[in-house]
Design a protein around this ligand. Structure first.
Ligand code: NAD
Length: 498
């Protein structure tokens, strides 16, 4: 049995704990490794290493930092296939999708390669006689990232390349369900020339997380995961005086107008609902059909859902893999059952799904539930599985009202050929990321990613300009160099008036 260890101060560490957690292969249902679960002492060791490393890393020139970032970018690109296979084995998603995840992470590294430009300050000459004002931004110190299982490479890469480029040192606490990709990433940072202690990985559960939230030497915490934990992280870390961005769960609606191209909309709906087995924070989980769009869309989506090729992530023929654990499967199956019990129509039922030769895998087939109403559990809960609920409404304003009544505000999309409806929708919905005929509108790395309402606690979104802002703080300097032979005397009014 492989034991996955921590990465602290540039080397592997078994840590102080004897506690471990199983790591499954979701396609076979077999345990393939165990991961050590940190005690507070292990977090302390990682933070001590990061704090020590900050002394020199924060003083390292922009040129040198950039050179390391470019090397890291090169190495991640070269090892993308290996990273994708590690993701497929522990998470379950298909390798082609995992490669897409690595690519989206790589784009954040590429954004961070531009750090000399991103950290340029402002300068105002002669704001008063002989007085100049300028500003620049400095790193915070040791910062931490706590990440979910569903994007084990991309989500941590929303954080550490930007934080490290800004001159911080980093402690990552990845999901204990798929911890191995972070170990290869740590090796690649080291190979790129990053000094020991700048990037550390501590595996663990609530014990490790709480040690991070309470540690006096951690200046900021980035979190991505479910809403109850995001809320908790925000409250506890904020109470301890830390800067916090905590991204939570989602219920993403895709509105289908009667003027939408049904074939186009249903293709994208199926990919957005069932890709990665629906375990994406930007997955479409609610299709909202307007007017008479319902019957045509449900028929098309149901036909395509039944054709999705479900199988092991390593099989190139598979389009959708298993869900992450047996518990996740059981929860999803239970929610599908509740939909039927509460009066919805199970148009395609993915319960009891089996894949030949992989009978013990954690399978749930694509599921379409029609005539869902907002009071049903399938609508209210974030299912985080391959389940598409269809809600039927009369007008685009009804659809906007439905989206806005939902507690979450991560992503949403509209399928239409009407610019007027699209514009009304984009201005009316209280959601952070909006797609117009684009079902999963994940912003590029040079924009910032984040939702509204219960999908984000804190005010800064991740990566892009807001990421740089989150990981730095500003200094504004007002300076005067009086002429030595002709000193200006002090005055009793604001110096800008002279
Ligand atoms: P999760 O909340 O269970 O876990 C996230 C992290 O928190 C993990 O590192 C985990 O070890 C830790 N954690 C879990 N329980 C904890 C507790 N009681 N106390 C302290 N720490 C705890 O989330 P998950 O199941 O790994 O990921 C799926 C969730 O993440 C979904 O809700 C999904 O929508 C969300 N997500 C959101 C975004 C976004 O951008 N908003 C992106 C990806 C995933």
């Amino acid at each position: 049995m492989t034991t996955i260890k921590h990465w602290i101060d540039g080397r592997l560490s078994s840590g102080a704990s004897s506690r471990t957690s199983p790591v499954w292969n979701p396609a076979t249902g077999q345990q393939q490794a165990e991961v050590v679960l940190a005690e507070t002492a292990d977090v302390d060791a990682a933070v001590a290493a990061a704090r020590q490393a900050f002394e020199s890393w924060s003083q390292t020139s922009l040129s040198k930092r950039t050179k390391i970032l470019f090397s890291f970018r090169q190495l991640v690109d070269a090892r993308a296939q290996e990273l994708a296979e590690i993701i497929a084995d522990e998470h379950g998603k298909v390798v082609s999708d995992a490669l897409g995840e690595v690519q989206r992470g790589l784009e954040v590294v590429e954004f961070a390669c531009g750090i000399p430009n991103l950290l340029k300050g402002d300068y105002s000459d002669q704001v008063s006689s002989g007085v100049d004002v300028f500003s620049f931004r400095e790193p915070l110190g040791v910062v931490a990232g706590i990440t979910p299982f569903n994007f084990p490479v991309m989500v941590p890469m929303w954080m550490h390349p930007v934080a490290i480029a800004c001159g911080n040192t980093f402690v990552l606490k990845p999901s204990e369900r798929d911890p191995s990709a972070s170990m290869l990433v740590a090796e690649l940072w080291a190979e790129a020339g990053l000094p020991d202690g700048v990037f550390n990985v501590v595996h663990g559960d609530k014990t490790a997380v709480d040690a991070i939230l309470d540690h006096p030497d951690i200046a900021a915490v980035s979190f991505v995961g479910s809403t109850p934990i995001a809320r908790y992280i925000h409250q506890r870390a904020s109470a301890n005086g830390k800067r916090v961005q905590a991204l939570g769960g989602a219920k993403n609606h895709a509105i289908v107008m009667p003027d939408a191209d049904v074939d186009f909309a249903s293709d994208h709906m199926v990919a957005a609902a069932f890709g990665s087995a629906g375990e994406r924070c930007m997955a479409i989980s609610a299709a909202v059909t307007v007017g008479d769009a319902g019957d045509g869309l449900v028929d098309a989506v149901a036909a395509k859902a039944e054709k999705v090729r479900v199988g092991p992530g390593r099989d190139p023929a598979s389009e959708m893999g298993p869900v992450v654990t047996a518990q996740a499967r059981d929860r999803i199956v239970g929610l599908i059952g509740s939909g039927a019990e509460q009066g919805a129509t199970l148009t395609v039922d993915g319960r009891g799904y089996a894949v030949d030769g992989h009978e013990n895998g954690f399978w749930v087939g694509p599921t379409v539930i029609d005539r869902v109403t907002p009071d049903m559990d399938v609508y209210r809960e974030e299912i985080f599985g391959p389940v598409l609920s269809v809600v039927r409404v009369e007008t685009v304003d009804d659809a906007i009202a439905l989206v806005n009544a939902n507690a979450y505000g991560n992503g949403t999309a509209i399928f239409t050929s009407s610019g007027e409806a699209a514009r009304r929708f984009q201005r009316g919905v209280q959601v952070g990321m909006i797609g117009i005929n684009v079902p999963i509108p994940v912003p590029m790395a040079y924009y910032s990613f984040g939702g509204w309402k219960d999908s984000l606690f804190g005010d800064k979104h991740v990566h892009g300009p807001e990421g740089v802002s989150f990981y730095t703080r500003a200094k504004v300097i007002t300076s005067r160099w009086p002429h030595v032979d002709n000193p200006v005397g002090a005055s009793y009014h604001f110096p800008t008036h002279s």
